[in-house]
Design a protein around this ligand. Structure first.
Ligand SMILES: [Zn+2]
Length: 118
């Protein structure tokens, strides 16, 4: 019913280019919608795997010191700690920030509405 109405309005919108043309346009649109759905599904699965990996491996290398945690002086054996990671050489991954945010929001909801179940 709905698709039939859409097909009948297509020639009017394009000023009489033919019924077969409108049907082809509708078919192309449906085909594109299928492709969009497939791409969305693939992206959703990829994001899911990324968040899962961030759940298991929350840290990455610090980008400033490349995971070393310190910078050596050009002469001698002196060094200083990396200011960005405080000498740990670690960086919290972007996906882990997302996971932490989701957990915080869920925890806040549970704390405000549930009856003290720990
Ligand atoms: Zn660092």
């Amino acid at each position: 019913m709905l698709s039939r109405a859409a097909t009948s309005t297509f020639p009017a919108a394009t000023h009489g280019s033919g019924h077969a043309d409108a049907a082809a346009t509708l078919t192309a649109a449906l085909h594109t919608a299928g492709q969009v759905a497939t791409v969305l599904l693939v992206v959703t699965i990829a994001v899911g795997f990324y968040l899962l990996s961030c759940l298991i491996w929350p840290f990455g290398k610090c980008r400033r010191c490349k995971g070393a945690g310190k910078f050596k002086s050009p002469f001698g054996k002196a060094y200083r700690h990396c200011g960005k990671c405080d000498g740990s050489g670690l960086r919290v991954r972007v996906g882990r920030h997302v996971v932490n945010h989701i957990r915080a929001v869920r925890g806040a909801g549970q704390n405000s509405t549930s009856k003290g179940s720990k």
